[in-house]
Write a protein that binds this ligand. Structure first.
Ligand code: UFG
Length: 350
């Protein structure tokens, strides 16, 4: 007799990390459903997922904070074994400009989805946290026991508060098993070239900005400060291929399934610190395209350096990153080329 597949509800399934995680979940034989309101994505993502995996993922369009919608989903689906909660607003500068929206959305949706999990005895819960919870720390690399400095933005504060909330809930309800994954800087695209980062509006993160500068969509990359006390004066981050991050969600679910009770935090990074200039050089090396740069002022809220110690994820989840930053940048470029089906301009060629 065929064993029933585990059914996982992914919130924010059309988003950058959510969509890549869905592919890994399908590969690992999970039955996946999604809730996404397309506030920063489009429904085409599900067409792309179908092309890659052959599977049509059911997406319920709406807001995770909408309790009536969650109940409709449960009534229709009948059972759900686990939830991966990606849906959240994620722009640091936007959160500084509009903190009410960030607290309302990120805390409100977490509150409704975890209440829903508890009400329906859904026992596996994976939460998208962020390296932003570490705040402006100086002792590197950071591990899960590193004391948190005050978060530098309301976005970071929503993740700290989310973790606190979940810790208390797991303590009071041990049958609810929780993994909180602190993502470092996701970059890259699926190896098929058919899925990648596609935010609505102008990108704010470095990797998509490099791609835009390489393809002359923008004039150059403005490097936000080259006078930090790092090896080349530019900020250090821990860039990690989005498919590596995505795969960790499968590992986390498998881990949770084996536990009696659990509330664990895991860093998901490469463990390597890379400067802004080094990421640009990695891109230039694999694509042979020169990226025009200019040096600008420091960006408010940026910390000089942060990178992870990921030994806990390796030890407890058996997770290790498979892709290098060169491979990640190459895949992001391939995705871009497939998306626009447009060659880089002569100006950008070496
Ligand atoms: N940078 C530039 N020029 C740009 C854009 C970025 O020099 O045009 C630099 C930034 O100053 C920073 C680095 O590139 O030093 C990375 O910046 P990103 O905006 O790509 O990423 P952040 O590290 O600022 O933020 C990311 C996520 C957040 C998350 C944070 C956790 O976008 O959601 O990591 O550390 F909170």
């Amino acid at each position: 007799m065929n064993k029933r597949k585990q059914k996982i509800l992914v919130t924010g399934g059309a988003g950058y990390i959510g969509s890549h995680a869905i592919i890994e979940l399908i590969d690992a034989e999970y039955d996946v459903i999604s809730i996404d309101n397309f506030s920063n994505s489009t429904k085409d993502t599900f067409t792309r997922i179908k092309k890659i995996t052959g599977v049509s993922v059911r997406n319920y369009v709406g807001d995770v904070a909408d309790v009536a919608l969650l109940e409709r989903v449960f009534k229709k689906e009948k059972h759900i074994d686990g939830i991966i909660h990606f849906a959240a607003l994620k722009s640091v500068p936007e959160s500084v400009a509009d903190p009410i929206r960030y607290y309302e959305n990120n805390i409100g949706s977490l509150f409704s989805i975890i209440s829903f999990a508890k009400k329906h005895n859904i026992t596996q819960f994976v939460f998208s946290s962020s390296a932003a919870v570490y705040g402006d720390i100086t002792k590197l690399p950071v591990n899960e026991k590193t004391p948190l400095a005050p978060p530098a933005s309301p976005y970071g504060a929503t993740k700290v508060m989310g973790e606190m909330m979940l810790r208390d809930i797991a303590h009071a309800s041990p049958e609810l098993k929780i993994a909180m994954l602190r993502y470092f800087n996701p970059i890259g695209a699926h190896t098929s070239g058919m899925l990648g980062e596609l935010p609505l509006g102008a990108p704010a993160n470095l990797a998509p900005i490099i791609i835009e500068a390489a393809s002359s969509v923008r004039k150059n990359v403005t490097i936000f400060g080259n006078n930090y006390s790092t090896r080349d004066g530019t900020c250090i981050r821990d860039y990690i291929h989005v498919s590596d991050i995505a795969r960790a969600h499968v590992d986390a679910l498998r881990f949770l399934q084996k536990q009696k009770n659990c509330c664990e935090i895991f860093n998901l990074g490469s463990g390597k610190g890379v400067t802004v200039l080094e990421l640009i050089q990695a891109f230039e090396k694999v694509t042979e395209i020169v990226v025009p740069v200019t040096i600008g002022k420091r960006r408010a809220g940026d910390m000089a350096a942060i990178y992870s110690d990921c030994r806990k994820a390796k030890k407890m989840l058996g997770w290790v990153p498979r892709f290098s930053i060169q491979e990640a940048m190459q895949s992001a470029w391939q995705w871009h080329l497939n998306l626009v089906s447009k060659k880089p301009s002569k100006r950008a060629l070496k």
